[in-house]
Write a protein that binds this ligand. Structure first.
Ligand SMILES: Cc1cc2nc3c(=O)[nH]c(=O)nc-3n(C[C@H](O)[C@H](O)[C@H](O)COP(=O)(O)OP(=O)(O)OC[C@H]3O[C@@H](n4cnc5c(N)ncnc54)[C@H](O)[C@@H]3O)c2cc1C
Length: 437
């Protein structure tokens, strides 16, 4: 079975490794950019994703790559604690939660794909521009190259996986009237700065005043010779529902949050330590997508952000792309026909992700920060006087269950660890030889 994946992001690369692991080795990843470079800032891998990547033999690489996070706290803008919980192996989970650099994770995955599937498994400078279902099954994928180059290759495949991110071309072909991703009026500034360890060195801090919010976590645990670690931070400003164009530097964010403190965490030291050191950090709009009624159409499906781009609440996007990849490979390994497999994957993942997209739009577990701010904008003596502890626990647990990283779900064996595909007959694209480069 020949499988083409559009996009060598975290989702596409994990899909390639997951397919290889179930015995589907004829996989080609097409990536639009000319070179995979370590772009982006920090991402979280929740324990359910770590379990799945460990099943692919990547546990050691991951442990070396980032920081194991053991705590998460929500605070108001005065640094008063609203909710704090243990995370990963410090809670009841058998698997850790990791904070790591997105680009480094992508590089490890790309290197592993090349090592396991061959040097030609990933083609860069290959932008999927569209596809057409073939009458007897399979798809013809159209691939363009450099901007301005009008020539296009056509590649035949039994299955096309659209893992091409927020502005997915595969999704656009499936939902041509959908238009651009949705902006909800929130602008985000982010960066990675070398900073002093805070809150014991393994904690994630989310603090806010209902309008401004800061999310901070370390990307390494061991300090360097100066006693510093790389710290990921993102500051966001909620605005009226309107488009927020990617902006030039806006020092307004410095004025708004740089005086914030939370225990031994000082925001000013972080946000002024990035870029030019003057706060010249460009903002970009927070975007998401609406849930859709279908991801799988015949031999084509969507995965990761292409399927369910969601507002960045609860630190989930990368985790869910990994879960999608494992679910899809499992479905292809356990169904005789790829179309049935893609439908099964859709049934397994889409309803949950539809729900999570909406939960995230409603601010996910971080909604408690807004609730507390509405009720006690000047701060509080005891948080229990503002919001019952049971309500805080309910919000946290409901979200963890929806995202699949509650301890019971994480500690269960992987639902995707099933037999090799060699038990099933293989199909090809009508016996035709795929062409294209
Ligand atoms: C450059 C970059 C930086 C990011 N930085 C962060 C960050 O700092 N923090 C964070 O939380 N999230 C970040 N994200 C988003 C995060 O990676 C995803 O939300 C999550 O990991 C899910 O991954 P994905 O594979 O579905 O999508 P992505 O990681 O977005 O990967 C999609 C891939 O598809 C490629 N692509 C796009 N269109 C086409 C096409 N038509 N044909 C072929 N290939 C195509 C893209 O170049 C990209 O490599 C970043 C994404 C990108 C692309």
């Amino acid at each position: 079975m020949k499988i083409v994946i559009a996009g060598a992001g975290i989702g596409g690369l994990t899909a390639a490794l997951s397919l290889d692991a179930v015995g589907l080795h004829d996989v080609r990843v097409l990536e639009a950019v000319p070179e995979i470079r370590p772009l982006g800032a920090g991402v979280n891998l929740q324990p359910n994703a770590v379990r799945e990547l460990a099943a692919l033999g990547l546990a050691e690489n991951l442990a070396e790559l980032g920081a194991e996070l053991t705590g998460l706290g929500y605070y108001n803008h005065l640094g008063q604690e609203i909710w704090r919980e243990s995370r990963g192996r410090a809670s009841d989970s058998r698997w850790p939660q990791l904070g790591l650099h997105r680009g480094m994770l992508q590089k490890v995955l790309a290197d592993t794909v090349r090592a396991r599937l061959g040097d030609t498994a990933i083609t860069t400078d290959a932008r999927v521009t569209g596809f057409a279902p073939l009458p007897g099954g399979g798809v013809e994928v159209t691939v363009g190259h450099r901007a301005g180059d009008r020539s296009a290759d056509r590649i035949l495949a039994d299955v096309l996986i659209g893992a091409d991110g927020l502005r997915s071309a595969v999704r656009r072909s499936l939902y041509p009237r959908e238009g651009e991703p949705r902006s909800h009026g929130t602008a985000v500034w982010r960066g990675v700065t070398r900073g002093a360890p805070f809150h014991g060195g393994r904690s994630m801090v989310v603090m806010g005043d209902g309008h401004w919010k800061a999310v901070v976590y370390p990307l390494a645990v061991r300090p360097d010779a100066d006693g510093l670690v790389p710290v990921n931070w993102a500051v966001s400003r909620a605005g009226p529902e309107r488009d927020v164009p990617p902006g030039p530097a806006d020092d307004g964010f410095l004025d708004a949050v740089s005086h914030w403190r939370c225990g031994d965490l000082r925001l000013d030291a972080l946000v002024t330590g990035t870029g030019t050191g003057t706060g010249a950090v460009p903002s970009f709009p927070l975007l998401d997508r609406d849930p859709v009624p279908r991801w799988s159409f015949g031999a084509t499906t969507l995965l990761g952000d292409a399927a369910h781009a969601m507002a960045p609440m609860g630190s989930n996007a990368t985790t869910q792309a990994v879960l999608d990849a494992r679910s899809l490979a499992h479905a292809l390994a356990t169904h005789e026909h790829p179309v049935a497999a893609l439908a099964a994957y859709d049934r397994d993942r889409r309803p949950r992700m539809n729900r999570l997209q909406l939960l995230n739009r409603a601010k996910g577990p971080e909604v408690v920060i807004d609730l507390v701010h509405e009720r006690a904008p000047e701060g509080f003596g005891r948080v229990e006087d503002v919001i019952p502890a049971a309500r805080l626990a309910e919000v946290a647990h409901t979200y963890a269950r929806a995202a699949g990283f509650d301890a019971a779900s994480v500690n269960a064996p992987s639902p995707y660890g099933r037999p090799l595909r060699s038990h099933l007959p293989h199909t090809t694209v009508h016996g035709r030889t795929p062409h294209g480069r």
